[in-house]
Ligand binder design. Structure first.
Ligand code: ADP
Ligand code: MG
Length: 143
C-alpha cells in the first residue's frame, strides 16, 4: 500500500500520470471517494499517463456510464447512476474485464460481487481545502 498527498487538481492529474506507469496493462482499478473527491481528476492523469488520450479529453462518464480511450487501452466507468446489480449486469463489464486494457471504475465498490478479486483500489479523501490523501492498495486474486 502506498499513500500520497496532493494539494491541487493539477497535482492529482500528475500523480495519476505517475501511477499509470506502475499499472499492469490489463487490470481493474477502483477509484473510491465521495462526490468531488477527485476520482475523475485522477482518471484524467491515468488515461494520459497510459498514453490513451490527453487529460483534457477525459470527461466524466456519469451519464454515458463507459468511456473508452486509446482503442481499448483504457475504459473509464462510472456506476453512480445505477442502483441495482442487474442494471450493472447489462453493461457487459465482465466482457470488458477480459479485454487487454485498464478498467477504471468510479462507484464500483457499491457492487462488490460484480468485481474481480484481483484489483487495485485507490481511495481519495479530501483533507483541508484542496488537499487530498490518495491511497493505493493492490488486492490479490483468489489463488
Ligand atoms: P469525483 O469524480 O470524485 O466526483 P472530480 O474529479 O470530478 O471528483 O472533481 C474533483 C473536484 O475537486 C474538482 O472540482 C477539482 O478542481 C477539485 N479539487 C480541488 N483540489 C483537488 C485535488 N487536490 N485533487 C483533485 N481535485 C481537486
Ligand atoms: Mg467522477
Amino acid at each position: 500500500m502506498a499513500t500520497y498527498r496532493t494539494a491541487s487538481e493539477s497535482e492529482t492529474i500528475a500523480l495519476g500520470e505517475r501511477l499509470a506507469r506502475e499499472l499492469p496493462a490489463h487490470g481493474v482499478v477502483l477509484l473510491i471517494g465521495n462526490l468531488g473527491a477527485g476520482k475523475t481528476t485522477l482518471a484524467k492523469g491515468i488515461v494520459n499517463g497510459l498514453g490513451a488520450a490527453a487529460a483534457d479529453e477525459v470527461s466524466s462518464p456519469t451519464f454515458t456510464l463507459i468511456h473508452e480511450y486509446g482503442e481499448g487501452r483504457v475504459y473509464h466507468v462510472d456506476l453512480y447512476r445505477l442502483d441495482e446489480p442487474r442494471e450493472v449486469a447489462t453493461l457487459g463489464l465482465e466482457e470488458i474485464f477480459e479485454r487487454d486494457g485498464v478498467v477504471l471504475i468510479e462507484w464500483g465498490e457499491r457492487f462488490p460481487r460484480l468485481l474481480p478479486a484481483e484489483r487495485i483500489e485507490i481511495r481519495i479523501r479530501p483533507l483541508a481545502d484542496d488537499e487530498r490523501e490518495i491511497e493505493v492498495t493492490r488486492l490479490p486474486g483468489n489463488a
